[in-house]
Ligand binder design. Sequence first.
Ligand code: ATP
Ligand code: MG
Length: 352
Amino acid sequence: MQITLDKFTKRFGDVTVVEDMDLTVGKGEMVALLGESGCGKSTTLFAVCGIYRVDGGRILFGDRDVTRLSSQERNVGVVFQSFALYPHMTVAQNIGFPLRVQKKPQAEIDAKVREIAALVRIENLLDRRPGQLSGGQQQRVALARALIRRPAILLLDEPLANLDAKLRLDMRAEIRRLQQETGTTAILVTHDQVEAMSMCDRVAIMDRGKIVQFAPPRAMYDKPANTFVAGFLGSPPISFLDGRAENGRFVAEASGVDLPLPSHLASLESGRPIGIGIRSEFLDPSSTATVSGKISFIEAQGREDLYYLQLPDGKVVRGIQDAAHSAQLGDAVSWGVNTEAMLVFDADGNTL
Ligand SMILES: Nc1ncnc2c1ncn2[C@@H]1O[C@H](COP(=O)(O)OP(=O)(O)OP(=O)(O)O)[C@@H](O)[C@H]1O
Ligand SMILES: [Mg+2]
């Protein structure tokens, strides 16, 4: 079922947390709300599920205006960040709880609990209590409880935040599989860019209550709207340098950098202040356009190492290099840059 936010606004007292937000999540689509702590992700999710009253705008499920409906009337499945299982109930009772509230016959509840438990692969744990489960198992119980009413809409607020790295990987794939198999429309709230990009069809990046960009992960990574988005996506983080355009080149004197601009920007007027962004994968040993400095930091990462190249003015360019061909700390080096791939920004930080 399609979800539409139409100029959604939410205030707490006289503080406006989300203002005039427009967002459409297509039927069967999974969309991430990605942003820093406090940007309004949970607030938006709570408004969609009906826990928060909205202060402006409308929320639609399909063609139906649900803005004034209670959360019970909206029939959405929700998994909160702290997944809040009832400790005194068994797993089966936890999962079946939403149906008990609806006063369904016990036989029907039992059947549905078994069915949904199989879907999230915890059929053998139904008689345990939450305290006897691992974090990942508890997470799946919370997911099963959210799914048992077969909601057309699933809302997930940092559902993987409490899991270790390995479990998180498994659960990412699992949640995505479930969402796709059931054709559920889903919103995933996260501040983890990898989670957003790997699980979702589209990502909405939020900054202080506004959506800065809404696009499929790849498109957003390749063509970020501005420095905020470019800085949010990618590991290691993109390196930014400020300078100006000069005869088809990017020049930053203090950094000792002088690089040809990508050919589609070669005619930028000389003297115009601009910035560039260099991602690690833009480094290219075969390129004759180079940035030069000293290796100021090396972080071993296994097969490859992360290097910081410090330019004369202290600015840093980060690059991942094959550990086999490593430079040493303090070495003076030049790195080739694939300048066609460089991102270029205007003085306001918007991508040119
Ligand atoms: N009940 C409330 N009363 C007043 N202010 C609130 C309330 N709930 C949230 N806020 C404020 O609204 C802003 C957005 O909060 P929200 O919980 O939506 O952030 P978030 O993006 O989910 O952050 P996080 O990643 O830390 O969970 C924050 O500045 C927060 O302090
Ligand atoms: Mg939150």
